[in-house]
Design a protein around this ligand. Sequence first.
Ligand code: SF4
Length: 379
Amino acid sequence: MKQWIDRLRWERTLRPEEFRQLLTECDAELLRYINKQAQEVSLLHFGNKIYIRGLIEISNCCRNNCYYCGIRKGNPNIERYRLTQESILDCCKQGYESGFRTFVLQGGEDPVLTDDKIERIVTNIRQEYPDCAITLSLGEKSRNTYERFFKAGANRYLLRHETYNEAHYQQLHPAEMSGKRRLQCLQDLKDIGYQTGTGIMVGSPGQTVEDIIEDILFIERLRPEMIGIGPFLPHHDTPFAQCPSGTVAQTVLLLSIFRLMHPSALIPATTALATLASDGRERGILAGANVVMPNLSPREERKKYELYNDKASLGAESAEGLIALQKQLNAIGYEISTERGDFIQYTTDYTDFHRLRMNRNKSVKIRVICGENEKRENI
Ligand code: SF4
């Protein structure tokens, strides 16, 4: 199967039956191999720099009841909170001083946080921090609402589709939610011009290999700028409390598959992966991830945003733990980048890449096309 992994790297796709075999028969040696290939691709595009995004969890109130989620409406056992605009701006201020140049405003679909309020918050952040990217992760909205937020200054939007297969989607969500609606939201976001992120939970209840293949092919068609791949982790107050977690191995395998298929994509080593294993973040980066999202939320609220059991929000998962994060990254040969880290579409010249492979000890000119601008870089 190594030849298939090589082909995945150079042709950026495989046939469904090849994906099936890779997903079901990948042993430890093959996993090391594909992780290494994906890491090389990530290094070629991003060097050893890891972008940091400051995560601000603005509300744990939600009108939805997704069966896997700890802050679902039907959970009576959590203390609900909602940050004020002042508190959000304060988080941004602290984050900016620490070097963050992307703020991610994440929250449930909170009816109290109306479009007007979010628009005002985005406008104020945009005015105060014109050099920063604003990412929203606030669930499904109308196209008109997405357009308003975009015009107010939001640049990116994260909305995991969770699963492309409608029957599986219905296993994970109550009847009033629809996979089709979510896919439409993703298309709207792309059309409006957001850098758009989607992704899946690995090992979610009822997920089959066929579902994962559908997800791979959907993401191949959508070509999102950001791809979030994290393991499913159960939460004790949900209908899936007794379901087993996804595995680190399957998560980093998929992470590498997506890195090989989408070399320019921004792919986080997720908090869920860092929660599942003490070395989860490092394993994600060594499998091709190039982003981490430390938590900038007020410390007293973090525990209340418990999407799954024991969600990490302190230490290297926190904004105040940047030194610890830097040390962890240094230990595996990486360092924090405080650049904004926007998506750049690299159209690489394969001949040059092959030459690079053949001439590892020489400085090789790589032709890189970034949007409309073409430049040459030494690698
Ligand atoms: S996953 Fe998102 S939309 Fe679903 S219940 Fe949780 S916060 Fe709400």
